[in-house]
Every structure is written in C-alpha cells, then in structure tokens.
Design a protein around this ligand. Structure first.
Ligand code: ASP
Ligand code: MG
Length: 411
C-alpha cells in the first residue's frame, strides 16, 4: 500500500457529473489499497469568472482581496468532491489551504509555499479517510488567504506529495500526457512514456502548458515522482523521471519541441562598448518588473555595440518606453522594436551525446527559407527566434527532421 497524491484540473471537475467520475476514480485507487490525497482546481471557467467580476469594478483590485475572491473556486470543488465520495460510501474530508496550513509568503496572487503542516492529513489517512485539499491556495503568517499564481493547483499537489513523502504525484488533466509538441500544431505529435525532469523543466519554461513551471521546479527540488495523465481516458500517461536511463545510442537526440508566440524583440543600436553597458540597458528593464528572456550582445565594432533582448509581448510597450529613455541618456543610435516574433526550441538530454544537432536544426530552417534572428543554446536545448508567421512551419518541419513523428499505424 502506498500513498498517492492526485490532482484534478478544472476541466476534470467542470461539472457535477465529472466530479462524480473523479470520485469513482479516487474510490477505485482506494479499493486497491492506496492512501489517497486529492488536490483540486476550481471548476473550469470559475477562476476567470471571479477575476472578471472584480475587473468590472476596477482594473486595479487589491491583491489581498483578489486572493479572498479567487480562492472560493477551489473551496466549492473540495466540498462537492467530498460529498460525492461520501455518497459512494467513501469517507472523505475536505481542507482549504489555511485549514491544512499550507503556509506561504505574503506575495498575494503569486505566493510561494514555505511549509506544509501534514499532521491533520496524516491523522485522517490513519483513520482511513480520503483527504481532499483545495489547490492553488495557502495562508500567510498573518492568517490571510494567499494564492499561488494561475495554474497553481499543480504546485499544491506536488508540494503535498513532497510533504507527505508520497510514492507518486499524479496530475490528471484533459490531455493524456506530455507530447513531443503541441498536437494541435503537429498531427503526428506523440505522447512520451517518460521524460526527464530537466527536459520537462525546459518544456514548461519554453512554452509547453501541460504543467505549471513552479510545480516542475518543486518536483525537482524534492525529487517527487510526477505523472501526467488524462482524467477521461485510460492509460499510464507520461512519467517525469530523474533517471536519464541508459546512455546508449538508442536515446533520441531530441525529445520534444516547445514554442511560444508571445514574445517581442527589442534592440538598442550603437551603445558604447565599455564595462557596465549591459547593466545600464537591462537594469531599468528589470527595475520596471519586466522579465527578460533571451539576451544577445553583439561583437563590438568601432568601439560601439548593439544589445538585443526579448520580453513577453504584453510587456513589450512598457519595455520599449524604458529602453527609449535609456537610449536617450546613453546617446544610442537607435531603438528597434518587433512584436511579431516567436521562439521555437528543441529539447533533449540526448543532445549531450549527439553531435550535429544544431547544424541539423539550422539546415531545416534554411530548407524552408525561414530566417533565424537569434539563437541561444544550453546543454540540452537550442532556442531560435524567428518571424511569428513561420512558427507552425518551423515546428512541423523540425518535428519530422528529428524523427519525432508518430510511426505509421501507431496512432
Ligand atoms: N483555479 C486556478 C486557475 O485557474 C488554479 C488552477 O487551476 O490550477 O488558475
Ligand atoms: Mg492547470
């Protein structure tokens, strides 16, 4: 008998019928002799509905009150799921984040978990109850309700699994696992049986939306075995492992392709090539709370250089304003902004032992007449910034160039 933490996302608990189906699933695991702790999201659409209510009053609602508001979504789900479980004869008990005591810092709407008190949960499990915990929420030292950021129920589940030393954390969602790329873009995208934690971290940070990135980070920090599976279909989903497996030639060089369309590129031209320039250019951007993604500084010529960086598209205007101000102060030649870019990345721990991956990627772009604007690499990924209109073509052609397309007859 082992302890399993199961998380059910918004679509999995989107209706009363679906909540009853979740109760069946939970009950069947319990019948197999497992202890089960469940974390749930709000019913699908509910968090957006609540946010919208506040937005109708003001575009700047207080973060503390937003947390009081949006945390109600998950409270509804925990109660309904426990009612459904008990109706099936399964003893169950619901907990809000503050009842468990999921202690967080005070960064309302994006709080971080500091500690989980597992004593009440342990006592319920010992009494043979299923424990159902509201995802996405916690409580700070002052006793105020906090939330963990959109998609935060994943993080709740992983944190609970870590605190309870669970055998596995299962994330049930509306897709049946992690795919080589977005199946809406590439028909031949394939579900991966396994992916390494490092690859998953890259996938999540480079645009795959299957798991909240903080949940993946948490799983890595506490070595929580994580599995992504469908609430609606049978199957073993995708296991996120800490083991790179045998390092034989069999291992594919590339495991997946991630992409994001929501980027913008900013360039400052003709700044003096002296110590401190990068900090002068990028310091004000980070002080403006704009997160910078790719950064490239060119080789200097004639004592001057250029710096290019990318930001999230909805922060592009703000970043541009800041950069224009800096440009004036530094006497830079020009500022160029381009909001029509996208980033595509190939990811794989197999790149460590395969040569020629970058060359093959660039050849694929050349063959398809796609101009590369920026390139960044790490040991296990290569990211390329291109014009947005080519993103689907890029993803599709890379997917087949790196032999990721589903085998004939397999799908
Ligand atoms: N209900 C929250 C959201 O929609 C948290 C979650 O679903 O993970 O973002
Ligand atoms: Mg989610």
């Amino acid at each position: 008998m082992s302890l399993i933490v199961q998380k059910f996302g918004g679509t999995s608990v989107g209706t009363v019928e679906r909540i009853q189906a979740v109760a069946d699933k939970v009950a069947s695991f319990r019948e197999q002799g497992h202890d089960v702790v469940v974390a749930v999201s709000a019913m699908s659409g509910e968090t957006n509905r609540l946010i919208d209510l506040a937005q109708r009053i003001t575009s700047q609602p207080s973060a503390r009150e937003m947390d009081v508001l949006v945390s109600t979504g998950e409270q509804v789900t925990i109660a309904l799921l426990c009612i459904a479980l008990e109706n099936k004869g399964v003893p169950a008990r619901s907990y809000t984040g503050s009842q468990v005591k999921i202690l967080t810092d005070s960064a309302h709407t994006k709080a971080r978990i500091k500690h989980i008190d597992n004593s009440a949960i342990q006592a319920d499990l010992a009494a043979d109850k299923v424990v159902v915990v509201a995802g996405f929420q916690g409580v700070n030292e002052e006793g105020d309700i906090t939330t963990l950021g959109r998609g935060g129920s994943d993080t709740t589940a992983v944190a609970l699994a870590a605190a309870l030393n669970a055998a596995e954390c299962q994330i049930y969602t509306d897709v049946d696992g992690v795919y080589t790329t977005d199946p809406r873009v590439v028909e031949g995208a394939r579900r991966l049986d396994k992916i390494t934690f490092e690859e998953m971290l890259e996938m999540a940070s480079l645009g795959s939306k299957v798991l909240q990135i903080r949940a993946v980070e948490f799983a890595g920090k506490y070595s929580v075995p994580l599995r992504v599976l469908s609430s609606f279909a049978e199957g073993s989903g995708t296991l996120i492992t800490f083991d790179e497996g045998d390092k034989s030639m069999e291992r594919p060089a590339v495991s997946g392709i991630a992409f994001t369309r929501d980027e913008a590129k900013l360039t400052i031209l003709g700044v003096p090539d002296v110590p401190g320039v990068a900090s002068k250019v990028l310091g004000p951007i980070s002080e403006g709370n704009v997160e910078v993604d790719v950064i490239v500084q060119n080789v200097a010529e004639d004592g001057s250089t250029d710096i290019t960086f990318t930001v999230h598209r909805n922060e592009a205007e703000k970043a541009e304003q800041i950069l224009r101000k800096t440009a004036k102060e530094m006497n830079a030649r020009e500022v160029i902004a381009d909001a029509h870019i996208a980033k595509v990345s190939i990811i794989g721990v197999g790149m460590r032992s395969h040569a020629g991956i970058a060359a093959k990627m660039f050849q694929t772009f050349a063959d398809n007449n796609i101009n590369i604007q920026l390139i960044t690499t790490s040991e296990i990924k290569i990211s390329v910034v291109i014009e947005e209109k080519y993103i689907e073509l890029a993803v599709r052609t890379l997917h087949s160039a790196f032999d990721l397309d589903v085998d004939d007859g397999q799908k």
